[in-house]
Design a protein around this ligand. Structure first.
Ligand SMILES: [Mg+2]
Length: 225
């Protein structure tokens, strides 16, 4: 219950610190509209086709691999993301949360599946790199957060999982992290500030990081038995 030994805060990027509105809009509306116009089909048909393709890759590095999607779809994904980058924003309250967490003595680490080319675009808009001791990118690790390999790699990189608290909106990633020994997990249930809560909570859950207390000892945590 008490998280006093926890001093490393692992934070997801998209949907946790950044508002998922950008990604949801990009993949579910912007890209389908472009494919629809190009292929002469309805936006709904294009969306259905793309969602089926996304689902094939959802639990692997390919899901976030912009080069893979550029090739697969014949659309320059990086250029298109850059054109839409005005929509990249912090989740409401996330900036204040980062400042409070840092002041409370947490060591902050970004853990993200976002592709390095996507990270470049996002940090151009919202540069929060200064808050983090390290930025752990799935592409560099060689496994997505939804795969056991990602979390198994962390101890070899010097992380004591027993001291780590993960905050993420991806339930599959939280499950893998907890199974691998990350001491405690918190689930974000409203990654897109313009939509209702996404999924039923399985871990201790808050709508957004703005709802979290700053101090480790104040977290009501679900820990390993
Ligand atoms: Mg996320």
């Amino acid at each position: 219950m008490n998280g006093s030994r926890l001093d490393h805060l692992l934070l997801d990027l998209d949907g946790t610190l950044l508002d998922a509105h950008f990604d949801d809009y990009f993949w579910e509306e912007c890209l389908p509209d472009i494919v629809a116009r190009r292929d002469g089909i309805t936006p709904a048909a294009a969306r259905g086709r793309l969602l089926a393709l996304y689902n094939e890759t959802r639990f692997s590095l390919r899901w976030a691999d912009v080069d893979y999607w550029s090739q697969r779809l014949g659309v320059d994904i990086v250029a298109l993301k850059r054109r839409q980058s005005h929509l990249i924003r912090l989740h409401p309250g996330a900036g204040e949360f980062l400042r409070r967490a840092q002041e409370s003595g947490w060591r902050l680490h970004l853990v993200t599946d976002a592709h390095p080319k996507t990270l470049t675009i996002k940090f151009e808009k919202v540069d929060i790199r200064g808050f983090f001791d390290t930025i752990i990118c799935a592409e560099d690790v060689g496994a997505a957060k939804t795969e056991p390999g990602f979390w198994r790699s962390l101890p070899a990189m010097g992380y004591n999982l027993d001291h780590c608290l993960l905050v993420d909106d991806n339930l599959a990633a939280l499950r893998q992290a907890f199974k691998a020994g990350v001491a405690a997990c918190i689930q974000i249930t409203r990654p897109n500030s313009r939509r209702e809560n996404k999924v039923k909570a399985e871990f201790f859950a808050v709508a957004s990081v703005a709802d979290l207390p700053p101090s480790p000892s104040l977290f009501p945590l679900q820990e390993h038995p």
